[in-house]
Design a protein around this ligand. Structure first.
Ligand code: PGA
Length: 252
């Protein structure tokens, strides 16, 4: 089975600071990764991280972007601004944004459009909650999230990533089982194929939700798992470095 070069992304959420930047950079900067690595710190640390990672292949991204371009929108940060300070990618529609800040597929779609225009790669986060999972609604939810967000957009695979993050696995210490991940990632791949045609082959589909150093290799071995989105474990630089090392072992 041939795999694409994996992408491992750290999502620091509302955590971290200059100490974590220093420790994380020290633990990964001088390693030779074939895998692509990215870090998404809180907005205020993006420029500093871009500066210390200059001349390295490690990418820097944001955890969100505004759906607006500019104007009287207090507290917002546009895709264009993020591009200007050196962001390579942005998370869009993380479940915490959907739950706490009431984002929906429509706002995610607008954000994807903004990111593409600015040249910042969108990583669109999708996933069902526990109740939906238990009711067997996973495919319905993911179908709507994918199609309502992406249908009809001018996309090539390389400019897009998807992160499947079952809400019930985020921060719980209980990752989805390999069987569930395999089935859901196959489904996502098929839907991307319906939306993008052959460009679907270029899209990295990440798994997120309680990824740890001990389960990273097993998850990465699953067909159509092309990388990982890592929350809690990315706050421990040694653990994150080990997850990146696991991605390095994936044969492409
Ligand atoms: P977790 O978070 O790794 O702490 O489960 C993942 C995420 O929310 O992106």
């Amino acid at each position: 089975m041939s795999k694409k070069s994996p992408l491992v992304v750290a999502n620091w959420k509302l955590n971290g600071g200059t100490d974590l930047i220093a420790a994380s950079v020290a633990s990964i900067r001088n390693q030779n990764f074939n895998a692509r690595i990215g870090i998404a710190p809180p907005y205020v640390y993006i420029s500093g991280l871009v500066n210390v990672l200059r001349n390295s292949s490690i990418m820097v991204g944001s955890q969100n972007i505004s759906k607006f371009e500019s104007g009287a929108f207090t507290g917002e940060t546009s895709a264009q601004m993020l591009k200007e300070v050196g962001c390579d990618f942005c998370l869009i529609g993380h479940s915490e944004r959907r739950q706490v800040f009431l984002e929906n597929n429509q706002s995610c779609r607008t954000k994807v459009e903004r990111a593409l225009v600015a040249g910042v790669m969108p990583i669109v986060c999708i996933g069902e909650n526990l109740q939906q999972y238990e009711l067997g609604l996973t495919r319905d939810i993911l179908y709507r999230q994918l199609h309502q967000t992406l249908d009809g957009l001018d996309l090539t695979g390389e400019t897009l990533c998807i992160a499947y993050e079952p809400v019930w696995a985020i921060g719980t210490g209980k990752a989805a089982s390999p069987e569930v991940v395999a089935e859901v990632h196959e489904f996502i791949y098929q839907e991307l194929d319906a939306i993008l045609g052959s460009a679907a082959n270029e899209v990295n589909i990440l798994y997120g939700g309680s990824v740890k150093k001990d389960n990273a290799a097993e998850l990465l071995a699953i067909n159509h798992v092309d990388g990982l989105l890592v929350g809690g474990a990315s706050l421990d630089p040694e653990h994150f470095a080990q997850i990146c090392a696991a991605a390095n072992q994936v044969e492409s």
